[in-house]
Design a protein around this ligand. Structure first.
Ligand code: ADP
Length: 474
């Protein structure tokens, strides 16, 4: 039960309220007690003043008159006493009587020099509050005492105390019930939200939590949840697309391998040449398969931000030249010339293997689409810490509707598919990987221009990654 926020909130609330109420009641009780006492004392002093005034108006010749004056004062709640300075009682008013024990205690105190206000509390009798003041009659000195039982005062105080202290549990109970209902009411949306969230699983990520008031705290929480769900949904969808595309890409070479093996083994009397041809197809297809698997592995590590980037210092111009040389044999077989413009020395701090991969991907595309006996031009420039590699081909160009999509994974435009039918075409990962590599090095790969007579792709990387703003995968 106390694990629930509702209960904890209510208990905290009641606890704090109890502390405040007790402190408030204690202070009020003390103030009331002081006010009642001040009231009693003021009325005793007033009676004493009246008594003194009565003596000053009379003509006192005999001590007998002193004895009679108090008899004229008839109060229902106090008694007047006149003592000699030696403690002997001279006179006392008639009503109400103060017990003998109390009277002798007052006399003892008067004799002991007690003056002003004092309280006499003897066990077995009602406590008494008294006010003693000197009284001079003719030339004789007396002590006048006005005394009053404290029963009434104590009863008023007890009533006030009871009202205050019995009120506390009642107030706490009311506040507790109210607090619990309020906490329950305000937390109800949280419970509703968590029930909705419970129902959302990997297969129902399209569902959203209701947002009643987007401006209050719970609305903000629900909106944040919904945004998180939207991101998860997008990530799941792209993951699913990636899986589907990847398995689709792998299916073709695998079925070629299987078909080739089936055909080769279907008859026992095959010639050595026929086996050689079959093995050549198997070799080419498995090379392509290996490349696709390698690309997929690289992209999955890139997505998880786990690609082990190994940066070193090297000359980019040399790496580009090496890549061009590596392509030369294929180029010559198709009568294509790779023309590398003279480039200045360009020292970079980058992952050489990845940069080589990026350059080869761009050159490979240029070679694939350039017409026979065409020219592929490669230029490299270096400005403000940014190296710019441009690869210009004489291919068929890229149709307008495909330009935005060629950097997507697994995308292949239809002219490309026609151009390189069968196993010669790539899996549509080359540009996606090239772009990721450039971004990893603080740069970008872009299609600068394209027309039916050719296209130019440009790759930019920062010479020093310390200058790079972005280091993450795309
Ligand atoms: P692939 O490995 O299949 O070439 P890419 O990601 O490198 O995949 O390219 C994606 C698509 O972009 C290709 O299928 C092709 O349609 C288009 N493309 C890329 N480079 C060129 C180019 N130089 N000329 C014409 N089309 C190109």
């Amino acid at each position: 039960m106390f694990q629930s926020v509702r209960w904890r909130l209510t208990l905290w609330y009641c606890g704090l309220l109890a502390v405040v109420l007790v402190a408030f009641s204690a202070v009020s009780y003390l103030r009331i007690a002081r006010a009642i006492r001040a009231e009693t004392d003021a009325s005793l002093a007033e009676t004493a003043r009246e008594l003194s005034a009565a003596f000053s108006h009379e003509d006192f010749e005999e001590s007998g008159a002193t004895r009679d004056v108090p008899l004229d004062f008839r109060y229902s709640d106090r008694v007047l006493l006149i003592f000699r300075t030696d403690g002997g009682l001279v006179a006392s008013s008639r009503l109400p009587g103060v017990g003998e024990r109390i009277r002798s205690e007052i006399a003892r105190r008067i004799l002991g020099g007690e003056r002003g206000f004092f309280t006499v509390d003897r066990r077995g009798s009602e406590p008494v509050r008294a006010f003693a003041t000197p009284l001079v009659v003719v030339s004789a000195r007396f002590i006048a005492v006005v005394a009053r039982g404290l029963g009434d005062e104590r009863r008023r105080l007890a009533d006030a105390g009871a009202a205050l202290f019995f009120g506390i549990p009642v107030a706490l109970l009311g506040a507790g019930v109210g607090g619990y209902v309020l906490a329950r009411y305000s937390l109800a949306p949280v419970i509703r939200m968590s029930r909705q969230a419970e129902r959302i699983g990997a297969s129902s990520l399209a569902e959203r939590i209701d947002v009643r008031n987007p401006r209050d705290e719970l609305g903000i929480l629900a909106t944040t949840w919904n945004e998180l769900l939207a991101r998860l949904e997008a990530a799941f969808a792209s993951q699913r697309r990636f899986m589907a595309d990847a398995s689709h890409e792998l299916r073709t070479p695998v079925s070629i391998l299987q078909g080739e093996a089936d055909v080769a083994l279907s008859r026992a009397d095959r010639t050595a040449d026929e086996y050689r041809d079959a093995l050549q197809v198997v070799q080419k297809t498995s090379q392509k398969l290996a490349q696709i698997v390698k690309d997929l592995f690289l992209l999955s590590r890139a997505d998880a931000d786990r690609y082990p980037v190994r940066r070193s210092r090297f000359y980019l111009d040399e790496t580009v030249a090496e890549c061009a040389r590596a392509m030369r044999t294929i180029a010559e077989s198709r009568g294509i010339e790779i023309r590398m413009e003279p480039v200045p020395e360009t020292l970079v701090f980058a992952d050489e293997e990845l940069i080589r991969r990026m350059v080869l991907n761009l050159l490979d595309n240029a070679m694939k689409y350039t017409r026979r006996h065409g020219v592929v031009r490669v230029t490299l420039s270096h400005r403000d810490g940014v190296c710019v590699l441009a690869v210009q081909d004489e291919g068929p160009g890229i149709p307008g509707e495909d330009r935005a999509r060629i950097f997507e994974r697994f995308f292949r435009s239809s002219p490309a598919a026609e151009h390189e039918p069968g196993q010669g075409g790539g899996a549509g990962l080359g540009l996606a990987i090239a772009r990721w590599i450039a971004q990893l090095h603080g740069g970008e790969v872009q299609l600068r221009e394209t027309s039916p007579s050719g296209s130019t792709f440009v790759a930019e990387i920062r010479a020093d990654p310390a200058d790079a703003d972005s280091d993450g995968p795309f």
